[in-house]
Design a protein around this ligand. Structure first.
Ligand code: SF4
Length: 213
């Protein structure tokens, strides 16, 4: 079946961004569909690996977590914790995982990832700790520049996540970022990942479909 104009454009843009990411030391792969992304993730993550994850709607939407939960991996899942102390311990254990899975709030055409975080654990694991990081990015996360990526992360991704978690923030009320100092603020740590160091530690799947927020 012939590809639609949108599919053609998404594929070209996705591949262009993968080339930019590779120049920054990321391993990057274009996956046309969510199913392609699921298969690529399972190809990369060896059986028996320890795997954890942070905010990862995009990873879930591709069915990657369901596949991992089916068996064969040592999962470090903070949502299995019985109490807050156990949850915090699992979040710390994630730093020693073979793989850490995450989405990204934004991805610039020149190959930079921008993420905002409430606790900082997700961006910390992206920066250092787990042996490998797998980032799943839908085509909707791509913007022109690093500055645009910061704007997307703060004015699109964060206000939607504030709705998801029912937080008491200005953006939950107005839909727009109020640059808040609220106790519930989820924009406490803002990180731009310009390069993967060591090269290849961070793998990015750029998916030609809309994923996450
Ligand atoms: S209002 Fe606060 S929590 Fe909401 S997007 Fe802005 S800084 Fe983040």
């Amino acid at each position: 079946m012939n590809k639609t104009p949108m599919e053609l454009r998404n594929e070209k843009l996705g591949k262009t961004v993968c080339e930019a990411l590779q120049k920054h030391g990321f391993d990057a792969f274009f996956c046309g569909t969510k199913e392609d992304a699921r298969k690529k993730a399972l190809e990369l993550i060896a059986d028996g690996s320890s795997v954890s994850w942070g905010g990862c709607a995009s990873v879930e939407e591709c069915g990657i977590l369901d596949s991992l939960r089916a068996g064969g991996y040592a999962l470090i899942d903070r949502d299995t914790a019985g109490n807050p102390e156990e949850r915090a311990e699992l979040m710390r254990k994630a730093f020693f995982a073979d793989w850490y899975l995450t989405g990204t709030n934004a991805l610039s055409e020149d190959g930079q990832l921008v993420n905002v975080d409430g606790n900082g654990n997700r961006v910390a694991a992206m920066a250092y700790g787990p042996k490998n990081v797998l980032v799943v990015a839908g085509i909707n996360k791509i913007v022109k520049t690093g500055e645009d990526a910061l704007v997307r992360a703060r004015t699109v991704a964060a206000p939607i996540n504030a709705q998801r978690f029912g937080l008491k923030t200005p953006c939950s009320v107005t839909g727009a970022c109020g640059n808040c100092d609220s106790p519930d603020c989820i924009c406490n740590v803002i990180v731009t990942t310009r390069h993967s160091k060591p090269a290849g530690r961070i793998k990015v799947l750029v998916v030609g479909e809309i994923l996450g927020f």
